[in-house]
Design a protein around this ligand. Structure first.
Ligand code: DX5
Ligand code: ZN
Length: 216
């Protein structure tokens, strides 16, 4: 299956964001993954609006935004206006997720549903009618450099069995090492958020690493 390689830009060198964007595009990245956090839904702050705007404006490839925020529905239009082509909101943000997913579609972006490690596949099944991509969190959201959570693999198998019926793609986010990419790309996962486990801080050029990851 064709892979979607999505560099997580919160791991990039912000001292040279323009260079990072062009090096990653030159290395064959498919989609930039932009993490937004509100300090409430997750105990951290991700990229700022200026970062999102800059990357969406200067990138040649599409950008997603991963809204790790309590009230994502309030900001869907904002991020669509900034240029996000895929907007992920979390299934855990309360009773009106279906309305928020509809808002993303109405704003003209692809619809993404992010699912935390502790959320069951059955809980989100009805929402799968509304989404283009499911972002399966394989770490607790909010921080790079964490350990992969193995029990999530059972949920990945359940979701993979529903892909055809509901017509969505599956992306995993968190601790995507080469081993994880090799294993999960054989279990129905096409997209991988690439952070410190596979791409950044390796002391090697992105143009050397990315083709290796794509070939796994
Ligand atoms: C997690 C973030 C990602 C990712 C980083 O909330 O969305 O940035 O985990 O990649 P790793 O986990 O490989 O450092
Ligand atoms: Zn993310």
């Amino acid at each position: 299956m064709e892979k979607l390689l999505c560099p997580s830009m919160m791991c990039a060198d912000f001292g040279d964001l323009a260079g990072e964007v062009s090096r990653l595009e030159g290395a064959g990245a498919d989609l930039f993954h932009l993490d937004v956090m509100d300090g409430q839904f997750v105990p951290n702050f991700g990229m700022g609006l200026q970062d999102i705007e800059y990357i969406c404006k200067h990138a040649k490839i599409p950008c997603d935004v991963h809204l790790m925020t309590q009230t994502p529905g309030d900001y869907v239009e904002k991020f669509a206006d900034l240029g996000a082509k895929l907007i992920y909101v979390h299934a855990e943000t309360g009773p009106n997720v279906a309305r928020t997913l509809q808002k993303i579609a109405d704003a003209g972006a692809k619809v993404g549903l992010a699912v935390n490690p502790g959320t069951a596949a059955a809980t989100v099944e009805p929402l799968l009618n509304l989404v283009d991509y499911v972002l399966v969190m394989t770490v607790n959201p909010g921080f790079a450099g964490q350990k992969f959570i193995p029990f999530v693999e059972e949920k990945i198998d359940l979701l993979a069995a529903w892909k055809e019926k509901y017509g969505f793609g599956m992306v995993v986010d968190g601790a995507c090492s080469p081993e994880v990419i090799a294993r999960l790309s054989r279990r129905g996962v096409e997209g991988f958020v690439l952070g410190t486990s596979a791409l950044f801080g390796k002391g090697r050029a992105y143009k050397d690493i990315m083709p290796e990851l794509r070939a796994l």
